[in-house]
Ligand binder design. Structure first.
Ligand code: FMN
Length: 211
């Protein structure tokens, strides 16, 4: 146990040492087309936390993910889908945000994730080895829980590594102010932790790959 703990501490130290030398890129995707989307707000706050940890960040909101339905075998002819695939290829880690729609992820997000089939033959297939922070907003806890579970199953099937913390937000509690800031301190800490976990894991992966 002691060895495990000291080994984790050592990975963290090496990852911190690597911070300035090799910055990680975290790509945030998700939200809804609804103005004032709470899932997009949560995504922005979490990305800001990742940026505070030194990550370069990029966001693709629902408007950037509004692709035609994925058509296997016909390739990503849509320019926005090509941009999305490029962003995922560049990402060391991702944060994915979805609303709970009827107990699962939104169709828009799932369709975007289906496009990752185009990465199947890449040197880094799908989300292989990439940390993925999962965020859900729903107007009730039940859909929040089922949607988070299903998102994590999707990430696993794409060979991504869901972070230990996943965050579920009950949007009926109105936890964001009109300017998008978090009004609930506990939620603010959760989102900061999610951003931190994604960056820490991405750095550890880079250190491991270089050793
Ligand atoms: C099509 C649709 C289906 C929804 N299904 C559920 C649901 O099953 N359970 C739930 O708690 N909320 C449900 N909601 C509410 C949304 O999950 C909630 O309002 C969420 O915060 C919306 O995300 P947004 O603020 O990013 O648009 C649904 C909303 C829509 C539009």
């Amino acid at each position: 146990m002691t060895n495990l703990l000291s080994s984790a501490a050592s990975v963290r130290q090496r990852a911190t040492a690597n911070e300035s030398a090799e910055p990680v890129t975290v790509v945030g995707i998700g939200g809804t087309l609804r103005p004032g989307s709470s899932s997009e707000q949560a995504l922005r706050v979490t990305l800001a936390a990742a940026a505070e940890r030194g990550a370069a960040t990029e966001i693709l909101t629902a408007r950037d993910l509004n692709f035609p339905m994925y058509d296997p075998g016909n390739g990503p002819v849509d320019a926005a889908a090509v941009r999305f695939l490029g962003a995922v290829r560049r990402a060391d880690a991702l944060i994915i945000a979805t609303p709970g729609y009827h107990g699962g992820t939104s169709g828009l997000l799932k369709n975007a994730l289906d496009y990752l089939q185009e990465l199947a033959a890449d040197p880094v297939p799908y989300l292989d080895g990439k940390a993925v922070g999962c965020l859900v907003t729903a107007s009730g806890w039940q859909a929040g829980g089922t949607t988070l579970t299903s998102m994590r199953a999707i990430v696993h099937s794409l060979r991504g590594w869901p972070t230990p913390l996943g965050v579920v937000i009950n949007s009926s509690d109105k936890p964001f102010g009109p300017d998008g800031t978090v009004t609930d301190a506990k939620l603010g800490r959760q989102l900061a932790t999610l951003g931190e976990q994604v960056v820490t894991f991405a750095r550890a992966q880079l250190v491991a790959a270089a050793s």
